[in-house]
Design a protein around this ligand. Structure first.
Ligand SMILES: [Zn+2]
Length: 351
């Protein structure tokens, strides 16, 4: 059997439920690197391979049996550029280029959507301006489903009061916000000398900003915003008990970073359960078991991280692992279903 035959066989297996019926797939977590971003990163000395073409994205969707894929800029996205005017220009260029790809790539079989990027949030006015443009009807009609942001800007986590005007805008526009980790300004030493530090740093960066949004009251104040965390929320589920314990005896009367607010244990847990969680690169039994016990079941959605996880066959193998677990006795007992995780939950979120 050739490699292509094996891929086709795997795709056929992915397209059927345990009972033989087919399941649609909606992938909320796909990346593409537009020419404008690649040029900017190269100019900054952050050279990355030109991964994430429309062809690569569509090939991945075809091999995974994905009907609808939501693209976003490869990190760091427009935040790669620090200058105000340059950052605003890059954000608009990236958004226009990927929206062009989305419009070009839609067919009867393949639907595409887009998480629009913003300039670095240090430029509050620029970020607000781009969010208002991206979430306006013409851009929504072209495929924008929400806004993608990185988990930290200039050392500030996303609950920092400096960013409050941006959250006010997102709330007013009832945005869906996809938070994605980005490369650390000063990455730590490669693991075993070869493994990139971001493998471990990305999930922890997501975790820090997620708890920051909860404990500053940002998530509670801006209830019209729905927030999606990648990679099963990083360490959000497994650190909940530790963080609650560290905040005070029995978690009662916990003081927040905002002096006029206090949160109890149940309020914190409720806020953590308001997040949506995708399954990108987190399809193992431990990660899924944790999500099933921690997250609201209608807020767990499928993501692949294509075309970022580039080794051949990895997205297919992880999708298979996820579906095998959902079909297993453990998965069935968890209450999560294949149809809900692979399609229906995200379809409701992104309508
Ligand atoms: Zn990603």
């Amino acid at each position: 059997m050739t490699a292509t035959d094996e891929l086709v066989a795997a795709t056929s297996a992915l397209s059927l439920d345990a009972d033989g019926t087919s399941t649609k797939r909606l992938d909320v977590h796909m990346h593409i690197c537009p020419p404008a971003l690649h040029a900017a990163m190269t100019a900054c000395g952050m050279g990355m391979p030109p991964v994430g073409t429309l062809k690569a994205a569509k090939d991945a969707m075809r091999s995974l049996g994905t009907q609808r894929g939501i693209l976003s800029c490869s990190v760091p996205g427009p935040a790669a550029v620090a200058g105000v005017e340059e950052g605003r220009l890059l954000a608009r260029q990236c958004n226009e280029e990927i929206l062009g790809v989305v419009e070009e790539g839609k067919t009867e079989e393949v639907d595409l959507g887009y998480w629009a990027g913003t300039p670095n949030w240090v430029d509050v006015k620029g970020a607000i301006r781009e969010i208002e443009w991206a979430l306006d009807k013409p851009q929504r009609d072209r495929g924008v489903v929400g806004i993608v942001v990185v988990a930290t800007y200039a050392g500030k986590l996303l609950g920092d009061p400096f960013f409050t005007p941006i959250w006010e805008t997102l709330d007013r526009l009832e945005a869906v916000v996809f938070i994605h980790p980005t490369f650390a300004a000063e990455p730590s030493t490669p693991i075993a000398g070869t493994l990139p530090p971001f493998i471990a740093e990305f999930p922890l960066q997501t975790t820090r900003t997620a708890y920051d949004l909860v404990l500053t009251g940002t998530l509670s104040r801006f209830k019209n915003v729905r927030v999606l965390l990648p990679h099963a929320g990083g360490a959000v589920p497994v650190l909940a008990d530790k963080i609650l314990a560290s905040l005070g005896a029995a978690g009662e009367g916990v003081g927040s970073a905002l002096e006029d607010q206090t949160f109890g244990r149940e309020e914190i847990l409720d806020a953590l359960r308001r997040f949506y969680y995708d399954t990108a690169l987190s399809t193992g039994t431990v990660a899924m078991h944790g999500l099933a016990h921690f997250a609201q079941h209608d807020r767990v959605v499928y993501g692949s991280d294509c075309t970022f996880c580039t080794p051949t066959g990895v997205p297919q193998a992880m999708a298979q692992q996820l579906e095998d677990w959902l079909d297993s006795e453990d998965g069935r007992k968890s209450g999560l279903t294949r149809q809900a995780v692979m399609y229906e939950n995200a379809q409701r979120l992104l309508l």
